[in-house]
Design a protein around this ligand. Sequence first.
Ligand code: SF4
Ligand code: SF4
Length: 75
Amino acid sequence: MVDSERRLACIHVRRDECKGCRFCVDICPKQVYGMTDRYNVRGYRVPEVYDEAACVACRRCETICPELAIYIEPV
Ligand code: SF4
Ligand code: SF4
């Protein structure tokens, strides 16, 4: 595996803590997230990680999430 293919992070989203604000979707420079049509137990639409391999581990999503629902685990 060459370096450009190496995954930089494992993304953890606690969806039941999410309030569907989309901040993570909008701030990610790599379009890793997208909103789904699914709702969590609190009745909010939740995002999905669509392209984890594109993540550059900048942690902007983790920092901006007001619910502390995202954890970026460097790998
Ligand atoms: S750490 Fe950065 S690149 Fe990775 S999902 Fe979050 S905002 Fe996107
Ligand atoms: S920033 Fe946090 S609360 Fe907002 S949509 Fe993303 S995971 Fe949910």
